[in-house]
Design a protein around this ligand. Structure first.
Ligand SMILES: [Zn+2]
Length: 744
């Protein structure tokens, strides 16, 4: 059945009610205007500060009952708390004006009235555990003859005359009789009711639609039963989610100076909060307890160590379904309940994945609602506040937000601590069928001391070794409970590992393979999650890290080379690290113990070439690796031998003139050629007929060439001349081909 969307300003409506209704007491809170357009896309990130679409405007909907009337509500006529009572409802269907142009769209016929009263009775019977039922006593039609329909005027015109005047002047007080005035006109969509007095009066122009008309009726009847509004409180603190009694004050907006402003109606899990179309949530546990409707609730007030309480869902039948816990330090009572998406609570806005509603509560603080996961439900902590109202505390952290943003329920793993510090409620787990498992502590709790032990499975490891030593840290507590916190393993001041203790209180951490060579003093510290356990640290345990060993090998491209030859022997050094890492550093090649030069190691290899000027003979070559990382050891290769052979020479003799007369001195040009050596030195001898007939010494300035003047030949004839080059330590000697000299 559709219901017209509500558009009126809550503040304006509240002022109207205050001005016209006699005996109004509570300062009306302004309900924020209903959102005009429901959002189709519901995401956790999005949030709105206005009530959900289809929220009834019930601002200022309470009427006080004067004390002189309440005085007639004497014991004897009123049922004692918890005693069964039958509430009798007299319905007046009023036509405010002679025109019916603005009739409500919902029918006010007898069938609709009977269905609404049946809903009313079923609801309050369930909330009261069968103690309250509602009967339809009488229905009458009445024309008020007003010029227009204004809610307070219509109610004022009807209340004195309805049903023969039996409700005039609060005559109903103490009788369990109720007057319900329904108008055929919308009359600005207003509803209000008297609060308490064992009986009461209700006005509603919302009609009897099931979406909003009946929920509004359930809410207003709650006022008749003495109930105030269900609000939500957000304390403006990043450390305290609760405040002193005076800190929780109903405040219409964020500009209030209250430490913990209470948004009246701001509890979406309670029929006494905002009336949202289609929502018929239960009445919260504090109100049920106040009316004696939850006799099986648990009460904890005596200081005690933590004890476990399992709460059944408030919607269910297994108890206990509420916990009252009193802070011995302040005397403040807290009521804890578990709400699940079942029964009537499946209709609650909080539990049907509505768009989260977050509102600013003064600078920097944000209160969120409509965020409870319907799969798990949520635990709520509530307090009673003035005006017979309640406040659910915004005590729950919101994932991904800081401590200045909270929502109105606790999930598993979350915790509430009262302002006085004497009450702690920790949610251990949540199960809609198994209940909410809570750990509750009352009174100042002495924190459990802890002991941290650190054991190493060995005291040495090698740098870079992929199989390092393992540190085992064990934390025990003085109470025997499991340590709750983090173990931090440090090398001096540097953190090398951390983790949470397992079910045996143990954390096993392989030491980093990057620990540098040398001794390391390790300590393990236990950092508790909260102040229920005390931090502790282990004595020092030392592990010594040995430098990683290396191996250097040297390979030669050849076993020999020639003095001043065209190429030198290629030297290749390869370095490996025992732990498998890639060594970094330089390789120094040495010949016969003398360093020849250093080459950077690239990809484990360094190369060089032996100089061709290396003198002849056999030489011992080695390669030495010098690491750049102090945690890696140096190494030197085995020696390799290389033999350098002498350079080969070629000698040549050229005569200035090959034919001479006796008495002339022959002149010979001697040339010694050595590949790679432009200026060979040594001696040359010119030989003829087995005799040395001339010599010369080659110096570097000769560039391998000398002109020798030979003695005169005394006889004519042909002479064969050759030159013999002596060679040096590094150059082989040589003899030229013969040259012929003819003497005439
Ligand atoms: Zn109300």
């Amino acid at each position: 059945m559709p219901f017209p969307t509500l558009r009126r300003s809550g503040a304006a409506a509240a002022l109207t009610a205050a001005a016209l209704v006699v005996g109004l007491v509570a300062a009306p809170a302004s309900a924020a205007p209903a959102s005009a357009a429901p959002s189709a896309a519901v995401t956790a990130a999005a949030a709105t500060t206005t009530p959900p679409a289809g929220t009834a405007d019930l601002g200022g909907d309470t009427l006080a009952v004067p004390s002189w009337a309440k005085d007639r509500d004497m014991p004897g006529t009123r049922a004692a708390p918890g005693e069964p009572a039958v509430e009798r409802l007299y319905v007046t269907v009023a036509a405010a004006t002679s025109s019916t142009g603005d009739d409500t769209v919902t029918a006010l016929d007898d069938a609709s009235i009977r269905r609404a009263v049946a809903d009313l009775s079923a609801f309050w019977s369930e909330e009261s555990g069968g103690r309250v039922s509602v009967q339809l006593a009488a229905v009458e039609q009445r024309s008020l003859g007003l010029a227009s329909c204004e809610a307070n005027a219509a109610f004022g015109a009807a209340r004195g005359v309805a049903h023969g005047g039996r409700f005039a002047s609060f005559a109903w007080a103490g009788t369990h009789e109720h007057l319900l005035v329904l108008t055929r006109e919308a009359c600005g969509t207003k509803a209000f009711a008297t609060v308490g007095g064992t009986g009461g009066e209700i006005f509603s122009s919302y009609g009897l639609g099931e979406q909003l008309g009946t929920p509004v009726l359930l809410h207003e009847f709650g006022h008749n039963l003495g109930l105030g509004h269900a609000g939500s409180a957000m304390c403006r603190s990043t450390t305290a989610v609760d405040g002193a009694s005076g800190d929780l004050r109903t405040a219409p907006d964020a500009s209030s100076t209250a430490q913990c402003p209470v948004e009246e109606y701001g509890d979406f899990s309670d029929i006494m909060g905002y009336s949202v179309a289609g929502a018929r949530p239960h009445l919260s546990a504090p109100q049920r307890l106040a009316l004696g409707w939850l006799p099986d609730a648990v009460r904890l007030a005596v200081p005690s160590a933590r004890q476990r309480v399992v709460l059944g869902a408030l919607d269910g039948r297994t108890g206990p379904r509420a916990l009252t816990v009193v802070d011995p330090a302040t005397g403040t009572s807290y009521v804890v309940e578990y709400r699940t998406a079942s029964g009537r609570d499946a209709t609650s806005t909080e539990l049907r994945r509505a768009q989260p509603r977050c509102s600013t509560v003064g600078a920097g603080f944000t209160k969120c609602a409509l965020t409870t996961d319907p799969a798990t439900g949520g635990v709520r902590v509530l307090r009673s506040i003035g005006g017979a109202g309640t406040a659910v505390l915004a005590a729950g952290p919101v994932a991904g937000k800081g401590p200045s943003t909270r929502d109105t329920h606790l999930d598993a793993g979350e915790r509430f601590t009262s302002a006085g510090g004497g009450v702690t409620v920790s949610v251990v787990s949540l199960s809609p069928t198994g209940g909410a498992v809570l750990d509750v502590a009352v009174g100042a709790q002495r924190a459990a001391t802890t002991t941290t032990r650190l054991v190493l499975d060995r005291t040495r490891q090698s740098y870079g070794d992929p199989g390092p030593a393992t540190a085992t840290t064990t934390v025990t507590t003085s109470t025997g409970e499991l340590p709750a916190g983090t173990v931090v393993l440090r090398d001096g001041t540097a953190v090398v590992a951390q983790g949470r203790p397992d079910a045996s209180g143990t954390v096993r951490s392989p030491l980093p393979v990057t620990l540098t060579a040398g001794p390391h003093a390790l300590t393990a510290s236990f950092v508790p999650d909260d102040d229920r356990q005390v931090a502790s640290s282990s004595p020092t345990a030392t592990v010594t890290v040995d430098r990683a060993t290396t191996t250097t090998t040297l390979q030669l491209g050849a076993a020999t080379q020639t003095y001043y030859g065209s190429t030198g022997v290629r030297l290749t050094a390869t370095v490996t690290q025992a732990s498998g890492g890639r060594p970094q550093g330089v390789v120094t090649f040495s010949r016969d113990g003398v360093a020849l030069g250093s080459t950077p190691l690239v990809d484990g290899t360094a190369t060089s070439t032996l100089s061709t000027r290396t003198t002849t003979g056999t030489h011992r070559l080695t390669a030495t690796f010098t690491p750049s990382d102090a945690s890696v050891a140096a190494s030197t290769s085995a020696a390799r031998a290389v033999t350098v052979t002498r350079a080969r020479s070629t000698s040549r003799l050229v005569l200035a003139r090959s034919t001479l007369s006796k008495g002339q001195s022959p002149r010979a040009t001697v040339t010694v050629t050595v590949p790679g050596i432009a200026r060979p030195v040594g001696t040359v001898e010119i030989v003829s007929r087995g005799k040395v007939i001339g010599t010369a010494t080659l110096t570097k300035s000769d560039s391998g060439r000398a002109v020798v003047v030979l003695p005169k030949r005394g006889r004519t004839g042909a002479y064969s001349l050759t030159v013999r080059y002596s060679g040096t330590a590094n150059i082989d000697g040589s003899t030229s081909r013969p040259a012929t000299l003819t003497v005439r």
